[in-house]
Design a protein around this ligand. Structure first.
Ligand code: NAD
Length: 459
């Protein structure tokens, strides 16, 4: 028996022992995980810097801090979340007491990406454990320093029967996907998401697919451009533009384009200096292959700012592209880097042509002070989630679910939504025996009009 199926087998046996159904056991694991993560704070922040020069501030804000708050939330609420919930009974089931039970799926596989390598591995792990599952995690092979510290933490906190981190690339992922899991949680590209969905379909395994796509940012002419530029530069360049919910491109009202570009240029210089390469706050592209991929997207376009590339240093300076065609490569593929194309619109049709010409995005952003325009826009387009007059911050509220729609993903998580994702919801009716009306039993003769009355007026 090879290593993977051996681990899976042990976890399946352990799950059957019912130990993970014990909420106190889960709580003790989450508390141990929290204290181990806190003890390794510096190692985690160092690893993120080594992997792609992510600054300590961004690493804390967008990874470490969010993991700690997710742990705090789970530890505080786990007893309440896991209790069977009493549900109002129905006249049709009278007399009864009705409940919803949350049960763990069993043994789950989590495959994580490289772009927020600590957060996007730990957050599903926390909620999978909170919900009572056992878990095999595969962190990204592209962020080796972070993946190693993740493996070390998991090894120190969890018995192998409860949680294991298996490092490796496509080959390892493929072997893991060939096994039969009770749930698969994948974060990554739409392309690999399809491979995961296919593998899951073989065993009808339920999946969550947290994918990417081209998220638009629409800006009309009712806005304060200085404020928009400040928020846009932050939301686009955080993590070096390698954020799944980052605005991929802008569609601006044509009469503000020139002024918007000037405001963006000044804002980039204000935040990252004339030469962002020397800024301690500007991360690098994850590897040479991705640097070359982005280079190929921009080298035939009209670059109006930036465009400096150093492949061996995995560096691409913040770059603005003026009006690429909708057929261009840069408008067909998720950019995932510090490059912002600016398209323009005159009428609603122009916005529709752009957004409806692409797959449903993970996020959509609107900057406008026109309430009608905002409301119409968020109702018209289908997308995973969004923000009006800012960017990314919907990620910051654990009460809001995060997830895509169509090609940008299936399923949602975050906070309690994550606990629910890793739980099967089991409806249970506890029936009383003191009363057993004969109405539902044959013979049915003479019962029809009462049946109709019940459904029409009380059902
Ligand atoms: P990726 O799809 O290349 O890789 C993700 C994971 O899948 C990695 O662990 C990798 O080892 C594994 N993998 C890669 N190729 C595989 C294959 N052929 N078979 C099986 N497994 C394979 O994604 P990435 O480059 O790590 O991350 C970037 C992508 O993730 C972007 O598209 C981004 O939008 C998306 N993303 C989405 C979210 C979200 O929450 N929706 C969050 C972060 C990133």
């Amino acid at each position: 028996m090879n290593n993977i199926s051996n681990i899976l087998n042990k976890q399946q046996q352990f799950f059957k022992s019912q130990k993970t159904k014990d909420v106190d056991y889960r709580l003790s694991l989450l508390k141990a995980l929290k204290s181990k993560i806190l003890a390794h704070e510096n190692d985690i922040l160092d690893a993120l810097y080594k992997d792609f020069k992510k600054s300590e501030f961004e690493a804390y804000l967008s990874e470490f801090g969010l993991v700690i708050s997710e742990l705090n939330l789970a530890i505080k609420n786990l007893k309440r979340w896991s209790k069977p919930k009493r549900i109002k009974a129905s006249l049709l089931t009278f007399p009864s007491r009705d409940y919803v039970y949350k049960e763990p799926y069993g043994t789950v596989l989590v495959i994580a990406p490289w772009n927020y390598p600590f957060l996007l591995a730990m957050e599903p792990l926390i909620m999978a454990i909170a919900a009572g599952n056992t878990i095999v995690l595969k962190p990204s092979e592209l962020t080796q320093n972070t993946s190693q510290i993740i493996t070390k933490i998991i090894r120190n906190v969890f018995p192998e029967t409860t949680a294991v981190s298996i490092e490796g690339g496509v080959e390892t992922s493929t072997k893991l996907l060939a096994q039969k899991w009770d749930y698969i949680f994948f974060t990554g590209s739409t392309k690999v998401g399809k491979i995961v969905a296919k593998a899951a379909a073989k065993h009808l395994t339920p999946v969550t697919l947290e994918l990417g796509g081209k998220s638009p940012c629409i800006i009309d002419d009712s806005v304060n451009l200085k404020l928009v530029a400040r928020r846009l530069v932050w939301g686009k360049l955080l993590n070096g533009g390698q954020t799944c919910i980052a605005p991929d491109y802008v569609i601006a009202k044509s009469n503000i384009k020139k002024e918007l570009i000037e405001a963006l240029k000044s804002e980039i210089i204000r935040r990252y200096r004339e030469n962002p390469k020397t800024s301690p706050d500007f991360p690098r592209i994850i590897n040479e292959a991705n640097t070359k991929r982005i280079e190929a997207l921009i080298n035939t376009e009209n670059i109006v700012f930036g465009g400096e590339i150093s492949t061996e240093n995995c560096y691409i300076s913040p770059t603005i592209i003026d009006e690429p065609s909708l057929e261009s490569k840069i408008m067909q593929e998720e950019i995932f880097g510090p490059v912002l194309p600016i398209l323009t619109f005159e009428t609603e049709d122009d916005i529709e042509n752009t957004i409806w010409g692409l797959d449903k995005p993970l996020s959509l952003y609107v900057f406008s002070n026109d309430k009608y325009f905002v409301d119409e826009t968020i109702k018209k387009y289908s997308f995973g989630g969004g923000v009006i007059n800012d960017l990314l911050i919907h990620f910051g509220n654990h009460r809001l679910p995060l997830g895509g729609v169509g090609a940008s993903g299936i399923g949602q998580y975050h906070g309690k939504h994550g606990f629910d994702t890793f739980s099967n919801t089991k409806p249970i009716i506890k029936r009383s025996n003191w009363f057993d009306p004969s109405f539902r039993y044959p013979p049915y003769k003479g019962k029809m009009s009462f049946l109709k009355t019940v459904f029409k007026y009380f059902g």
